[in-house]
Design a protein around this ligand. Sequence first.
Ligand code: SAJ
Length: 438
Amino acid sequence: MTRSLAELRAIIDDRSAKVGVIGLGYVGLPAACLLADARFDVAGVDLKADRVQLINKGVSPIEGDEPGLAELIQGVVSAGRLRATTAYDDLASADVVLICVETPVDADHRPRFAALKAACAQLGRVLKEGALVIVESTIAPGTIDGVVRPALGSGFHIGHCPERVMPGKLLSNMRTVSRVCGGSSPEVAQTMVALYSSYVGGELDTADCLTAELVKTAENAFRDVSIAFANLLALICEQVGGDAWRVRELVNKVPGRNVLLPGGGVGGHCIPKDSWLLASSLGEAADNSLLGVARHVNDGMPGHVAALVGELAAPRHGSRVAVLGFSYLENSDDTRNSPSEVLASRLRDLGYDVAIHDPFVEAYRGEVADALKGSDCAVLMVAHSAYRQLDLAKAAKLMRHPRLVDARGFFRRQDLQAAGFDYRVIGVAPSAGSSAAR
Ligand code: SAJ
């Protein structure tokens, strides 16, 4: 090792360290901007040349509303502290490099490390000895030792500081949410704390790499299992004549009890795959494990919504269903692993024509009235605040048949009734006070 950690620490503290970031997407770009804003000289590497060009013009390639990001990119690029490139060679002089590439799972739910391995191999080829490499992508337990270290080669300090961001809040999450600095040694972890304290206001906990891998996959898997419990409770309530929203309300009255929200599905880039990353250490047993079963429950919810549509409006030639909401999360434009996409294709397989509306997603932005017009059933799939403005009485008149499946418990039932809708709410049995019978 040519450089001691103490020397690395010193150039981090005086901000003369050169920083690299690989992968300029939802995680890497805001991180690169915050480090540049903290007065580090930052070089960002991304395979996508068009994204690199946009960034070097001071323009954000990230769609959707990300408060403060466009201004920050403009500021740090025009100040010359952030430049983007497609060439790994530009990282040869870096002292610290963050890796923020995708870590998906394949159709068999096994982790796919191609992007991570490629980034590590290309970086290891050019990076100077003694540099610190930190993986921010969410990775399966054992990945730092089993994949990153061998691909990178020897001579580097290695760490894992998993990202904890959500679309729509990237900068505020990065500035405020606590982080785990998992280092290949306690000294490396402390050096990571020095780096992240340059822009993270939340707590910075030190740990080893394996613990950091487990913390991130566990917190997302726990959320997935908790959502699956809420969804299963919803299915049970429908079965036995109950109302999952009322049950949830009464359970959560007791402090410390927190049943999450049932709904039409679990999407996004994180929750649907991070459970499988954690479960990967179970090998063949992963599918039937608690984590695997929870995944199957949540993956089944769009299909259940399609069945509820079928109960209200049996598919006939020319039947038309309006799906309200296509992004995976309310008030976001992010459509990764969108449950609505699964629902729409299921409905088409059943013979329905499907019209989609979403105020945030370019392809489906039009007038909600156009999607509802002449439809036989509508589905509320995403709880966008904009749908609070929907005039239900007007909507009912636009439709061929005023029927609605509320897959997020979004509308007040008395409002649906008053507007003359025949409706089903996910988690509520037809007999539990809604007029579902046709
Ligand atoms: N969902 C439900 N019911 C709920 C909560 C969510 O059906 O009660 C659905 C949402 O509609 C969405 C999906 O689950 O389709 C995921 O929603 P989310 O609120 O978990 O959002 P993510 O995936 O953007 O954010 C999660 C967060 N993780 C945790 O809260 C443990 C966030 O803090 C992480 O930074 C993010 O994953 C990540 O990047 O890993």
